[in-house]
Write a protein that binds this ligand. Structure first.
Ligand code: SIN
Length: 297
């Protein structure tokens, strides 16, 4: 798989023999795949191409995939075991199928804090000891305008750091806490429950991808609270620098959703941001999240 992912000519050729076209969307990150019906069980060869394209492009997209809940869950299982979420609700009868609803809002002086609370760059569930390796997101109800999602290539962002910063962060670790993000969205009781069930965890500031060997920034604005073993001021300074690097547009792919479009991302080397610019219309997405591994330096 990783070999196929590294040899991009071979990957494209193997995909073509199956009728699958892989169209890169930027030089760093993102590709759209066409010529495949994800509502049907996949052959081993097609599954291998999808996994290799996912490793190579970090986030892959499909359009017009009117998946049943069963097919959505089956597709996500190509990547591993599935997990539920302690706060985000799920579809009746499908505990792993998370329903992500948004209403969007205009950012004004009054709502700026809300925007900072809801629209945030993140890697999913880094508050877990074993954060998810990826997710399969399906657009269910899409507003007429707005509501794109942006993904950042955290490996390209790492490569672009000055050497002195790379050296400084090489052996550092950071704390990640669910309460930082979800604490304000839930009742006091629920906050106490998630704080008890998910005490802060520590991950390296830079991780190595277990399949591709790429190194990537592994702190995110949503869950990372501080870098350990340095002063509070240095922690803040380094985190601000790393969070800012993730925001650089050259590391991004921006996806315009259409109904039943699908995104599958590698959560180990990406961060994402759902743009809430679609008020007053609602937006509903469905996500299945794949259980992860211990984060290795
Ligand atoms: C997510 O953060 O997993 C969902 C992204 C989105 O709603 O676009």
């Amino acid at each position: 798989m990783a070999t196929l992912a590294k040899d991009h000519t071979q990957l494209d050729e193997v995909a073509a023999t199956l009728g699958i076209a892989i169209t890169p969307l930027t030089s760093n990150i993102g590709a759209e795949l066409s010529g495949i019906d994800l509502d049907q069980p996949l052959t081993d060869a097609a599954a291998e191409v999808i996994r290799a394209a996912w490793l190579r492009h970090k986030v892959i997209f499909f359009r017009d995939q009117d998946l049943s809940a069963e097919s959505h869950v089956r597709l996500a299982r190509l990547f591993g075991e599935l997990e539920t979420h302690p706060v985000i609700p799920s579809a009746p009868g499908y505990p792993e199928l998370l329903i992500i609803k948004g209403e969007g809002f205009e950012i004004t002086a009054q709502t700026f804090d809300k925007a900072q609370a809801y629209n945030k760059w993140h890697t999913d569930v880094t508050f877990r000891e074993r954060p998810s390796i990826g997710s399969v997101l399906r657009a269910r109800h899409i507003p007429a305008v707005g509501g794109d999602t942006i993904w950042a290539d955290a490996a390209a962002a790492y490569r672009g750091l000055p050497d002195a910063v790379k050296e400084r962060i090489e052996h550092l670790e950071a704390e990640h806490d669910i309460v930082r993000s979800f604490g304000h969205r839930v009742s006091d009781e629920k906050r106490a429950e998630i704080a008890r069930d998910f005490p802060p965890v520590v991950h390296p500031v830079v991780r190595t991808h277990p399949e591709t060997g790429e190194r990537a920034i592994y702190v995110n604005f949503t869950f990372t609270t501080r870098i350990l073993g340095v002063s509070e001021a240095e922690s803040r300074e380094l985190l601000t620098l790393l969070f800012d690097r993730i925001k650089v547009p050259e590391y991004h792919v921006r996806w315009r959703w259409t109904p039943n479009a699908i995104a599958i991302w590698d959560n180990r080397v990406t961060q994402h941001y759902a743009v809430a610019d679609y008020w007053p219309n609602p937006r509903t997405m469905e996500r299945v999240t794949v259980t992860g591994d211990v984060v290795a330096r």
